[in-house]
Each structure stands twice: as structure tokens, then as C-alpha cells.
Design a protein around this ligand. Structure first.
Ligand code: URA
Length: 444
């Protein structure tokens, strides 16, 4: 067994992995967890071989992102995939059901999202050092993204001196060069006078009755609140205003999809999963997509349509000219119904009574969003909206009216296409895309 004890970042992994691949070292023969003090690093990085083992560029590009994922198993997953791609299956990246590939995509998505949040939520404090302005920020990313994201901030704030600090690592830009240093705690962030002024202003205009906690959390996950000056004040201001606070909670209860959904135990599903997965998207969306129920990935991430079905949905939406972020996406059943087989969580179709138990949440979402058009993906959401099972071949793509929404179109669930005979895939995907193109024409 080869023990790798000092693989710290993607570049190091890449150099090491290339040499190990050239030596054809099997993935089961390497321990990447760094628990052993004995390193084989030198031996492998100095060894030269005439043969370069080809690994698809596309993989390496995504692997660079996945390399930032915070998990001890990360380097071994990347190496296993590189090995399998090089020696076992060149087409592996196109296998949507392979568990390594699924995990690779899941990690890619989470790191990308984390980078997106960092771009949106970093706030700088202005500090004068020796007569020169320097901007500081402290951020807590979920993953080790600082090196990946540094070029974005360099290009965006090219004419400023700045430092972004994190627990893991800090990056500074001095208008000519990026440099990296050790991570620091949040308390290292210098005080800022302008920020204190901003806090005073914020206190004077604060109205807890108008705070939409759900919308705030959706736009800005709670962990980022810490880095914003005004967020420090929110909890104390709320406690100072009990009357208005009560109204705030009343609003939440009335809105239904807030804190109350989390506690819903109308059927047994949510007690056996991570809890309900809420809808995602703007509350003023013109289109609402209703799927069946969250799957394994959606349950882990707490967001609808993230796994293979979500990828296919994203693809057809994009190709048909829709923007997913303009659409409110949810499910007829909010919890992940499953059974555990060989330690895998296998999806199980919700029963009619479970669909009915969850219907009030869907109604509440429809009441809040009031979409012009609802697209049901699969028979379960159609059952929820129409109160009965419909035959897909009778209703597919037709504009219908349900007691819960005036305009509804029913389409097959993306999973039914992914599960179909591989020889039929192209045809089915094309037909599916045409369904969405027709809806696009209908709704524009
Ligand atoms: N399938 C669904 O119906 N909904 C999801 O959110 C994911 C997969």
C-alpha cells in the first residue's frame, strides 16, 4: 500500500497522480488520507516516463473544481476516476448512473455553488495602512475554494489592494501579484468606521415585521450572515421588538412553507429522511415546475432537482430557452421516500395517501407564487393537482386546467427518460426537448 501523506492541493495531487498513473498503480493500492508519516511523494514525482497516460481534459477541468471539496476521501475519489478513465472505461464520464461519477458531479455542484456564494457575499472593509487604502474581508467558505476563486477577485478588484481571509488560507492582491498565506480566525478582521455608521443607520430603519426570513436565507445562507455588518444586529433588534416579532412569526405561519413545513409529520416520510425539501425559485415566478419527490441527492442538499434528473431538466430548460433561476421548482411530495438496500438508499414511489398528505404544502406554494403555468413532471404531481391518476399518453403536453391551477401541462418525469433503453435515448430526449420548446412558445 502506498501512503501519501502530504498532498495539500490540486496541483500536488495532479503531479502525483500523473506519476502514479504512469506506473499503473491501482487505486486500491494507495492511501490518500494522509495518516501515515511515511511519504512516497519524492519517488513518484521525480520519476519520468515516456508514456503520458491520457485522461480526458474535460475530466481534469472539473477535477480542479472537485479538488476543492472538503472531504478526506476527495483525492482517492479523483484518482480512482482518473485510473478508471485511463485504464478501464474511457466513456465513464458519460455514465450517469456510476456511483463515482454521481459523487464527482455532486461535489462539483457543491463547490461551484460555494464559489458562487463567495462571489456574491464577500464584503470588504476599508482600512488605511501607512497612508494607503487596503480592503479586507473575512469569509467562511464550505470548501477549500480560495485558490480557485482568487483570479475572479483579482480581475474584479484589479485596481485595489485587498486581502480575503478565511480559516483555511488568506489571499492578497497588491495590484500586481496574488499571494497566499495561512488562514486566520474572523477576529483578525480589522474594525471599520464606515461599517459602524452603516450599523447605526440599519438599526434606525429596521422593521422585523418586514423581514422575510425565508427569502433572506434563500438568498443568503445563514453562515454568510456573519460576514455582513448588518446581520450582527438582527437577532438583538428582533428581541427588542417583541410585538413586531410576533407579527413576523404570524407571517411565517401564514406563509406556510417556512418553519412549519420543517416540522410537518403528516406522513411518515420526513421522519425517515433529512426532512422536507422546500421549493426553490422566485416567489414571483411565472412558471412552476412540480416534480415527484426529492431523491437521495436532493435530500442531502435540501434542494429540488439536483441529481441526474435535475441535470436532464437543466439541459432541456437551457436548450429550450428557459432560465432555471426564473422558475419556481418544487415537488408534489416534499420528503425522500426510500428503503435501504445494501446500504444504498433506493427511491420508493409515494402512496396516494402520502401525496394527499403533502398536497396542502403544494397548495400553499401555488397560493404564494401564483404561477401563470404549472409544469408537472410525472404522474405523481399530476395526481396531486388533479386528484386522480392520469394516463401520460392521454395528457402529455396538453394545456389543461386543474382545480388547483388554471394552466397545467403534464410531461414525463426526466427519470423515465434516463431509465429508458439506451437505444431510445436520443429519440426520447429530442421529444422531451420538443415538449419544452412548445411550452416555451406557449409561455412567451
Ligand atoms: N425527482 C423529482 O421528482 N424531484 C426531484 O427533486 C428530484 C428528482
Amino acid at each position: 500500500m502506498i501512503q501519501v501523506d502530504d498532498c495539500l492541493n490540486f496541483e500536488e495531487w495532479r503531479i502525483l497522480a500523473r506519476s502514479l498513473l504512469q506506473e499503473r498503480v491501482h487505486f486500491d493500492d494507495i492511501d490518500w488520507t494522509g495518516n501515515n508519516a511515511f511519504s512516497f511523494h519524492e519517488k513518484y514525482i521525480t520519476k519520468k516516463s515516456e508514456v503520458i497516460v491520457p485522461v480526458p481534459k474535460e475530466f481534469m477541468k472539473s477535477a480542479m473544481i472537485v479538488g476543492a471539496f472538503r472531504d478526506d476521501s476527495n483525492w482517492s475519489l479523483l484518482y480512482r476516476l482518473a485510473y478508471r478513465l485511463a485504464y478501464e472505461n474511457k466513456e465513464l464520464l458519460n455514465d450517469p448512473l456510476d456511483s463515482d461519477i454521481l459523487e464527482f458531479h455532486r461535489r462539483h455542484k457543491l463547490v461551484t455553488r460555494d464559489m458562487h456564494k463567495m462571489k456574491a457575499f464577500v464584503r470588504f472593509r476599508e482600512v488605511i495602512i501607512h497612508g494607503e487604502t487596503h480592503y479586507f474581508s473575512w469569509h467562511r467558505p464550505d470548501h477549500k475554494i480560495i485558490r480557485l476563486i482568487a483570479p475572479f477577485f483579482r480581475d474584479r478588484f484589479n485596481g485595489m489592494n485587498w486581502t480575503i481571509m478565511t480559516d483555511d488560507e488568506c489571499v492578497s492582491w497588491d495590484k500586481s501579484e496574488l499571494s497566499f498565506s495561512e488562514g486566520v480566525p474572523r477576529s483578525a478582521l480589522p474594525e471599520d468606521e464606515a461599517e459602524n455608521l452603516w450599523k447605526t443607520y440599519y438599526s434606525s430603519v429596521f422593521n422585523p415585521g418586514r423581514i422575510k426570513e425565508k427569502a433572506m436565507k434563500k438568498e443568503m445562507p445563514v453562515r454568510y450572515w456573519k460576514t455582513l455588518p448588518e446581520s450582527e444586529l438582527i437577532s438583538s433588534l428582533m428581541q427588542e421588538a417583541p410585538d413586531r416579532l410576533e407579527k413576523f412569526y404570524d407571517d411565517q405561519r401564514e406563509a406556510g412553507t417556512g418553519s412549519v413545513l420543517e416540522k410537518c409529520r403528516a406522513c411518515g416520510i420526513c421522519s425517515h429522511s433529512s426532512g422536507p425539501v422546500k421549493g426553490q425559485g422566485p416567489l414571483n415566478a411565472k412558471i412552476m415546475i412540480v416534480g415527484e419527490q426529492p431523491g437521495d441527492e436532493e435530500d442531502k442538499l435540501g434542494l429540488p432537482f439536483q441529481g441526474p434528473s435535475g441535470n436532464l431538466l437543466d439541459e432541456v430548460l437551457k436548450k429550450s430557452g428557459f432560465k432555471r433561476e426564473d422558475i419556481y421548482v418544487t415537488n408534489a411530495v416534499k420528503g425522500f421516500k426510500h428503503v435501504i438496500i445494501n446500504s444504498f438508499r433506493k427511491h420508493r414511489t409515494a402512496s396516494a395517501s402520502e401525496v394527499a398528505a403533502c398536497r396542502s404544502w403544494l397548495k400553499e406554494e401555488l397560493r404564494q407564487v401564483q404561477p401563470e403555468l404549472v409544469i408537472c413532471l410525472g404522474r405523481i404531481p399530476a395526481q396531486s393537482l388533479f386528484g386522480k391518476m392520469l394516463k401520460m399518453s392521454d395528457v402529455r403536453g396538453k394545456l389543461l386546467s386543474s382545480p388547483m391551477a388554471p394552466k397545467v401541462v403534464i410531461l414525463p418525469h426526466p427519470a423515465s427518460i434516463l431509465r429508458a433503453d439506451p437505444e431510445m435515448q436520443d429519440e426520447l430526449r429530442e421529444k422531451y426537448l420538443n415538449d419544452f420548446l412548445e411550452i416555451r412558445a406557449l409561455s412567451s
